[in-house]
Design a protein around this ligand. Structure first.
Ligand SMILES: Cc1cc2nc3c(=O)[nH]c(=O)nc-3n(C[C@H](O)[C@H](O)[C@H](O)COP(=O)(O)OP(=O)(O)OC[C@H]3O[C@@H](n4cnc5c(N)ncnc54)[C@H](O)[C@@H]3O)c2cc1C
Length: 353
């Protein structure tokens, strides 16, 4: 191998990126992961290293982590230099940041190299591919796995930020079953298919789901909208927007204040234990500069069924950056594994060692 030329570069540091790294490292491909830069812009966007799962508290649905204390295991498994910056384990199961540190550590244990920087530009028109980093460096690689994920959209209220993980969420499947939300009134914001799905899912746990929508009809498909309107546990607040998420330090979210979109002076307060933003996700694909084929929602298009191939041969995509449907840690990790196997087989088929 020519010096400075990588076999596989993985861009992204969520479950997809680390799963790809574990498989690529164990296949002797010596992967290099760009995990993202620790900068204010990434903090605000929610794209700091370790991905979306690092933004949440309990993770109750990732297989392998039933309820139990993990203190000793975390101390033994994670590099001391990183463990000392993590908050103490609070149980009863694994937290998002703990799970992500474990994944990163597992990849490093098998020889993965990690650079804490953003890839800001790619050149997939030449081979070897070229990647440019925020720090100015340029890297060449024979294969690239894009696992840069997506970020949940919020309304941008200060009060949303204040109560994140204390009643504010953007994922009903992830958080809906938590004890704090059970048999309590909950608020969902949005009017598209995602909002209908989130409201339907939460209606199984909540006493009532208030679905807040700023217009007088949904954007969602008719079938989804009809199902929602027929759900007795969902109460729609038409022509309304959330002005503020209400709460306190002890209880977290306690309600929301709505403002009418037809009469600015009209407000209403609702009691609620949770607030779910369901106004879509933004995939982290800007840095690709249009060089991979994207879907109409700007997700990377997988070009072959049951494969992680993209429109450029030798470039693979894994996780939420290509999947706007399942959006779970386990599915992201699964497609990360697939991308590493696809990359390994592609490199072999081209005769690269
Ligand atoms: C609040 C919340 C709670 C959740 N709870 C759960 C849960 O309980 N269970 C569950 O299964 N799922 C949960 N999810 C969903 C889950 O987190 C995602 O499905 C999963 O993290 C997607 O993994 P990913 O590897 O595709 O990418 P992400 O986790 O999105 O990570 C990608 C990361 O790559 C890095 N990156 C991005 N661009 C670049 C670049 N240009 N250069 C270098 N690095 C870059 C960033 O650090 C980015 O965050 C939750 C999501 C949220 C938002």
């Amino acid at each position: 191998m020519q010096e400075g030329l990588e076999r596989v570069v993985i861009i992204g540091s969520g479950p997809a990126g680390w799963a790809a790294a574990i498989y690529a490292a164990r296949a002797n491909l010596h992967p290099l992961v760009f995990e993202g830069a620790v900068i204010e812009e990434n903090r605000v966007k929610g794209t700091l290293p370790l991905g979306q799962l690092a933004l949440t508290t309990e993770v109750e649905n990732y297989p392998g982590f039933p309820e139990g204390r993990l203190d000793e295991y975390l101390n033994a498994a994670i590099d001391k230099d990183r463990r000392k910056y993590m908050p103490p384990h609070s149980g009863p199961g694994v937290s998002g940041p703990e799970l992500m540190e474990l994944m990163r550590q597992q990849a490093v244990n098998f020889g993965t190299r990690v650079t804490t920087d953003d890839v800001i530009e790619v050149n997939f028109r030449q081979h070897p591919f070229e990647l440019k980093l925020l720090g100015g460096q340029k890297i060449q690689s024979l294969a690239v796995i894009v696992a840069t994920g997506a970020r949940a959209n919020y309304l941008g209220l200060e009060s949303e930020e204040r109560f994140k993980n204390r009643g504010v969420s953007a994922c009903a499947v992830c958080d809906g079953a938590l004890p704090r939300f059970r048999k309590k009134p909950l608020v969902v914001v949005g009017g598209g298919d995602t909002a209908m799905e989130e409201a339907g899912y939460l209606s199984k746990f909540a006493s009532t789901v208030y679905l807040v929508h700023r217009r007088d009809q949904f954007r969602a498909s008719k079938i989804m909208a009809d199902r929602t309107l027929a759900n007795k546990n969902v109460s729609v607040k038409w022509n309304s927007r959330v002005d503020e998420v209400l709460g306190n330090d002890k209880d977290g979210v306690t309600g929301v204040r709505l403002r009418s979109t037809t009469d600015e002076k009209k407000t209403e307060e609702l009691d609620a234990a949770g607030y779910f933003a369901a106004i879509g996700h933004t995939p982290n694909t800007d840095f690709l500069g249009g060089q991979l084929e994207l879907t109409e929602k700007s997700y990377i298009k997988w070009t072959t069924a049951a494969r992680t191939y993209t429109s450029v041969e030798g470039v693979f995509a894994a996780g939420d950056v290509a999947d706007d449907y399942y959006r779970q840690a386990i599915t992201a990790a699964g497609s990360g594994c697939m991308a590493a196997l696809d990359a390994e087989r592609w490199l072999a088929s081209k005769g690269f060692e």
